[in-house]
Design a protein around this ligand. Structure first.
Ligand code: C5P
Length: 216
């Protein structure tokens, strides 16, 4: 069974999807981490960000190993390194790059093949797994999402300003929605769960309920 969870940045998708996968005994696929890893590789190799073909070439050679709680790039654990504010900003170059997207989509389908999976991203229900058995759309208000992201960055020891986080998130939301290929959109056959005011535990409970009802 494939369960897709799509939504904007900071709606609590990653942690909810990971917990849900654990409860169901499914694999967990963090597709944002894959785009982040491509951006990190570009950054480390000094890519010219105005040259999409350069980043595509880097992505084509990259070996990504994605497990339930870690992402390895060419054999090195980059789980934490991909989550800094700098890499978060650069990740848009990977997400906007159609050749990169096509490569990662193929990898996502290969990772899911023959498995029960909870997969999380922007385009999982609309592009990558249009025939998924259970599709969930997970939005939340922009203030609440920015607050969560701000606290997350503080906990990681990054020095950040709330307004900066909110502004960056707004720009990221716009780009995520406007991206012509793989942009954030709610699939018509998805179930929407707005996470405003819900605790992470309540979100996972609700998602588990939806999946179990769908499984019958
Ligand atoms: O979910 P996360 O914040 O880790 O995603 C990082 C970025 O990667 C998002 O802002 C989005 O632009 C992009 N992304 C994407 N398609 C996905 C997952 C993430 O374009 N399936």
């Amino acid at each position: 069974m494939i369960v897709t969870i799509d939504g904007p940045a900071g709606a609590g998708k990653s942690s909810a999807a990971r917990q849900l996968a654990r409860r169901l005994g499914f694999r967990f696929l963090d597709t944002g981490g894959m785009y982040r890893a491509v951006a990190l590789a570009g950054h480390r190799r000094g890519v010219d960000w105005s040259r999409p073909d350069e980043l595509a070439a880097i992505a084509a050679e990259l070996t990504l190993e994605v497990t339930d709680d870690a992402i390895r790039m060419d054999g090195q654990d980059v789980t934490q390194a991909v989550r800094t504010l700098e890499i978060t900003t650069l990740t848009q170059f990977a997400a906007d790059n159609e050749a990169v997207r096509r490569r990662l989509i193929d990898q996502q389908r290969a990772l899911a093949a023959g498995n029960d999976v909870v997969t999380e991203g922007r385009d999982q229900a609309t592009v990558v797994f249009p025939h998924a058995e259970c599709k969930i759309f997970l939005p939340a208000s922009e203030e609440e999402r920015a607050r969560r992201r701000f606290q997350d960055l503080l906990a990681r020891g990054e020095e950040v300003d709330f307004q900066v986080v909110l502004d960056k998130q707004r720009r990221r939301d716009e780009r995520d929605v406007e991206r012509p290929f793989g942009g954030l959109a709610k699939a018509p056959d998805s179930i929407e769960v707005n996470t405003d005011g819900m605790t992470p535990e309540q979100v996972v409970d609700r998602l588990e309920e939806i999946v179990r009802a769908r499984r019958g």
